[in-house]
Write a protein that binds this ligand. Structure first.
Ligand SMILES: Nc1ncnc2c1ncn2[C@@H]1O[C@H](COP(=O)(O)OP(=O)(O)OP(=O)(O)O)[C@@H](O)[C@H]1O
Length: 634
């Protein structure tokens, strides 16, 4: 009985084959015809040996062969023109070749098209999965599923799938034909076939597990490789090369070992099945020769059975390979099915698309990523459209979580958030995200030009608008200094740019969207204090958006209309800068430390013997915010 999981995979494969099923059917028909022509040639030889060269009556040959012989002028004509028999055999071989070619061509086209269809579908599904899925997914493993797993399915469909058609064709044609020719010889020809088939099936069961292990080992190796390449700068900075090399070596070795096991198993399979096949051949030869010598079968019949034993053994031996590749394809299908089974971001019915101005109210909002582990608890505050809210708090206090809720990247479990009076959960997610500009903590730049990277947020943005946004992000002058200006290519993740430049580019990219709600998640951390102020003022003077600003730098937060101080997921303080420095609490403590450090720094820089270059003072390393982080983490 087919297991439920396997049935689902077969159903999925059938679904993937949609649009190409006629081609698959065509290629199965072609392989059937090719096999058919291959089977006819020995029959022509038999008639030639037994009834044209020999003296067996024509009545003993198959009816259609008799007709063919008669239409060619009968035995007398053919015995003088044996080349006609040879020509028939050659014509049959050509016909077999043509249909083999058609089978190969059609199945390859269908398989390529199916693979394209699978990749499209998986990619499309990945685009619609929940944000959290991508946060937790291993990119290397996902890439492997979208590429090498799809290729495994493609190979199975292109080569082995139609082989099943050949095997079926042989079962329904050759076996009855053999019994019609000679029952004893037919039984002898099939004596070992069940053993070969049983062995192929056992091998399939064994090898399937090894294939899965090999596939998983490859996935682990790809993940290590991908993570290492993405984080190569961290690896270098922490001189972790040796550790990373050892880690890669380990996964690489695991992959090699499982692949070795696989190769060993395959080698054993081909060896044993070849031995069984040759034994079967030997039995046919010995019995056939013995019965032919005794006159129980004709020489032509012996030739036919010698040809047929090979015709049968080849696909039966191949069955092991077919089943193995099918096992591999089923494993690959299972891994693809796992992605497709992941629920996409729910597209709730009757979601509203209200005009968005940016008046927000949080009422007793609580949120957890995982059940039982609250990240935000009982958060309440209210802000008007166009106001700026600053969020301060120790690492892990829930600042990012709070702004994630605003874009509905996650939904809160308790309380209520209203945007312009409408409950946030009732607003269409895509509509909301169109109106919320989120600059992430770690900006990602694509391997495109500077201009393309900024335009990414809005396709039809005019150059003038891009320049304007870059000016607001204090980036325009910097870009103009690049050799090719806005046409400069930035590598994957913008390796040619500094951290601050990347952050400013991400800001410019968000600004061109003119969203009524803007969120800067610690997006100015790599920018120096002065540029930070310039950017903030430019944004404030030109934008009327409700702005959320997460930062560890008091100078960045001080001008906000409302400052929220989070600690352990709770809102411990809220108010303006003036109000908060009058209160005992986290905000005043951080402000005091940062102010003292700033003063010390100013004094030191004023001393003539000290270098004037801020970088030389190591200021980036000892900035108030880095000390604040240490303070907050205590
Ligand atoms: N996808 C996630 N799944 C489960 N837990 C998460 C997830 N993302 C964050 N967390 C946890 O939620 C808590 C709050 O994280 P959050 O990123 O909001 O903190 P933060 O205040 O922004 O910190 P930082 O200043 O370091 O950016 C942390 O304990 C973090 O480990």
């Amino acid at each position: 009985m087919i297991k439920k999981g396997r049935l689902q995979q077969v159903t999925l494969l059938w679904d993937f084959m949609r649009g190409n099923r006629v081609l698959y059917a065509g290629s199965i028909a072609a392989i059937g015809l090719a096999t058919g022509f291959g089977l006819l040639a020995p029959l022509v030889l038999r008639a030639t040996i037994d009834s044209i060269i020999g003296d067996k009556p024509l009545s003993e040959t198959l009816i259609w062969l008799r007709r063919l012989i008669e239409s060619a002028g009968g035995k007398e004509v053919l015995v003088r023109n044996l080349w006609m028999c040879s020509l028939t055999v050659i014509a049959l071989a050509i016909a077999e070749g043509v249909f083999q070619y058609l089978k190969g061509r059609w199945s390859a086209i269908a398989a390529e098209s199916t693979a394209q269809h699978i990749r499209d579908r998986v990619y499309d599904h990945l685009q619609h999965l929940h944000y959290n899925y991508h946060v937790n997914a291993e990119t290397g493993d996902l890439i492997q599923r979208c590429t090498s797993d799809v290729d495994t399915i493609r190979q199975f469909l292109a080569v082995q799938f139609v082989e099943v058609g050949r095997a079926l064709f042989i079962i329904v044609t050759v076996i009855p034909l053999m019994f019609a020719l000679d029952q004893r010889m037919a039984l002898v020809t099939m004596a070992i076939i069940p053993i070969i088939f049983g062995f192929a099936y056992l091998f399939f069961l064994k090898v399937q597990k090894v294939f899965q292990a090999s596939d998983e080992a490859e996935g682990r190796m790809s993940t290590v490789l991908q993570e290492n390449l993405s984080g190569v700068r961290v690896v270098r900075a922490f001189t972790r090369q040796v550790y990373e090399i050892e880690k890669f070596d380990q996964t690489n070795q695991d992959y090699r070992d499982t692949t070795y096991r696989l190769i060993r198993l395959l080698a054993v399979y081909w060896l044993v099945s070849a031995f069984l096949g040759m034994t079967q051949f030997g039995i046919v030869l010995i019995c056939g020769a013995y019965w032919a010598a005794k006159g129980l079968i004709s020489l032509g019949t012996l030739v036919v059975f010698i040809a047929y034993v090979d015709q049968i053994i080849r696909p039966v031996r191949q069955m092991g390979r077919v089943l193995t590749d099918m096992g591999k394809a089923l494993v690959a299908l299972k891994r693809i099915q796992e992605i497709l089974a992941e629920p996409t971001e729910s597209v709730e019915q009757a979601q509203t698309k209200p005009p968005i101005h940016g008046n927000l109210e949080f009422r007793n909002v609580s949120f957890e990523y995982e059940p039982g582990k609250p990240v935000l608890q009982d958060i309440s505050f209210r802000i008007q459209s166009g106001q700026t809210v600053a969020i301060l708090g120790p690492t892990g206090s829930g600042k990012t979580a709070l702004v994630h809720l605003l874009a509905r990247l996650y939904d809160y479990q308790q309380g209520s958030i209203t945007l312009d009076g409408v409950e946030l959960k009732e607003i269409d997610k895509h509509w909301l995200r169109k109106h919320v500009g989120l600059v992430l903590q770690e900006p990602f730049l694509f391997s495109k030009t500077v201009k393309e990277n900024i335009r990414l947020a809005r396709n039809n943005t005019q150059d003038a608008e891009i320049f304007d946004a870059a000016r607001m992000a204090s980036l325009h002058e910097v870009i103009l200094q690049f050799e090719q200006g806005y046409e400069t290519a930035v590598g994957e993740k913008g390796v040619t740019l500094s951290g601050g430049q990347k952050q400013r580019m991400a800001i410019a990219r968000t600004l061109i969207r003119h969203c009524p709600i803007l969120i800067f998640d610690d997006s100015l951390s790599a920018v120096d204090t002065e540029t930070d102020a310039v950017i903030r003022h430019a944004i404030r003077s030109r934008n009327y958006a409700t702005t959320f600003m997460i930062s560890h730098r008091i100078a960045t937060l001080a001008e906000a209309d409302l400052i929220l101080v989070l600690d352990g997921g709770r809102l411990v303080q809220a108010g303006s800068h003036a109000e908060l420095i009058r209160q005992e609490g986290l905000y005043r403590r951080i402000w005091t430390i940062q102010s003292e450090l700033e003063d010390e720094l100013t004094q030191e820089m004023a001393l003539p013997e000290h270098p004037q270059n801020v970088e030389d003072l190591g200021v980036r390393f000892y900035t108030p915010e880095s000390l604040h982080r240490q303070h907050c983490e205590v």
